[in-house]
Design a protein around this ligand. Structure first.
Ligand SMILES: Cc1cc2nc3c(=O)[nH]c(=O)nc-3n(C[C@H](O)[C@H](O)[C@H](O)COP(=O)(O)OP(=O)(O)OC[C@H]3O[C@@H](n4cnc5c(N)ncnc54)[C@H](O)[C@@H]3O)c2cc1C
Length: 280
């Protein structure tokens, strides 16, 4: 049903003109699985609905992404309003449960979404606009009901931006040995350390941050949601060779006090949440 509504909405708002190829000379590198909250079938979709979704999605890409993408790449950012627009159309919610503002989707819907948006030729646009696809699953998989209701709907509506911060200046591959620490002090965690190459890092309102709360190795890692404006949390933008219009940043936590209620799941059990993200 949501897909039909989305299709109708897109039909009304889209313009009918032929698709054109993505900008020449730019290769789209598409983080496909990371674009949605898909962890399985979240709704039953008929072939007719699927075709309608794809056709209307195509019109959205032609009308609202194609005209701006070259300029956004050169400017090294795309308009923040695009999150709102994508949220309004239901694109950010695909694969997330409807009770948190999501839309039904399956793996084929995700492939259609990837294929249509890939026509912009901009991997950076996709990485940035869909950074919640890696930022929110730990909230969905590990978070309490209260945390899900507090964090997920605003992001799927495009009113807030979500990011995931795992990698650090000392390395990103070796997740089990990450160094950013968080110690419990009363009803807050005090976070200290840095994160590197974080997509949507400058603009994110909510950052799902991996921290060390326990012993060395994978059994000492927790996930905390750090909100923009938290004292001790600062960030600087990074330039890149590609993905130009994607906001990429280094994040710094200097004795940053994060409410303990922002811990996702059990303390020292965050590694599994990170791996669930990577294995989708
Ligand atoms: C544009 C961009 C956006 C990104 N967005 C995010 C984000 O949103 N959130 C986030 O957390 N991270 C993000 N990253 C970071 C990304 O996840 C890391 O770059 C990646 O995990 C690799 O880490 P690294 O760059 O520190 O390389 P390293 O971990 O230092 O690895 C360097 C090289 O050594 C190899 N290597 C490492 N360990 C071994 C080993 N044991 N055996 C053999 N070879 C090994 C690696 O394959 C690699 O080739 C982003 C990176 C980029 C470039």
């Amino acid at each position: 049903m949501v897909t039909i509504l989305l299709a109708r909405h897109l039909s009304r708002s889209g313009v009918l003109r032929p698709a054109r190829a993505g900008p020449r000379g730019r290769r789209a590198v598409i983080p496909c699985a990371a674009m949605t909250g898909l962890t399985g079938l979240t709704g039953v979709i008929t072939d007719e609905e699927r075709a309608a979704f794809r056709a209307t999605l195509r019109r959205f890409v032609d009308r609202e992404l194609m005209p701006g993408v070259e300029a956004w790449e050169e400017a090294a950012e795309f308009p923040v309003d695009l999150y709102l627009r994508a949220g309004e159309l239901g694109l950010l919610g695909i694969g997330f449960p409807e009770e948190y503002g999501g839309s039904p989707g399956d793996s084929i819907t995700t492939i259609h979404l990837c294929e249509e948006i890939a026509r912009t030729g901009s991997g950076g646009l996709i990485a940035g606009l869909f950074s919640h696809g890696i930022g929110l699953p730990p909230v969905l998989n590990l978070g309490s009901e209260a945390q899900k209701r507090r964090f997920i709907p605003e992001v799927l509506a495009g009113r807030k931006i979500s990011a995931l911060a795992i990698s650090e200046p000392s390395g990103g591959s070796d997740v089990a040995n990450l160094k950013t620490t968080a110690r419990l002090d009363g009803d807050h965690y005090v976070v200290h350390g840095a994160k590197m190459f974080i997509t949507s890092g400058m603009r994110a309102d909510l950052v799902t941050v991996a921290v060390r709360t326990g012993p060395a190795g994978l059994g000492g890692i927790s996930l905390l949601v750090v909100e923009a404006g938290t004292p001790g949390f600062t960030r600087t933008p990074l330039k890149k060779m590609g993905w130009w219009c994607s906001d990429t940043a280094a994040l710094y936590f200097d004795e940053c006090r994060v409410p303990a209620e922002n811990l996702l799941g059990e303390e020292n059990a965050g590694f599994l949440g990170i791996m669930q993200n990577f294995n989708r």
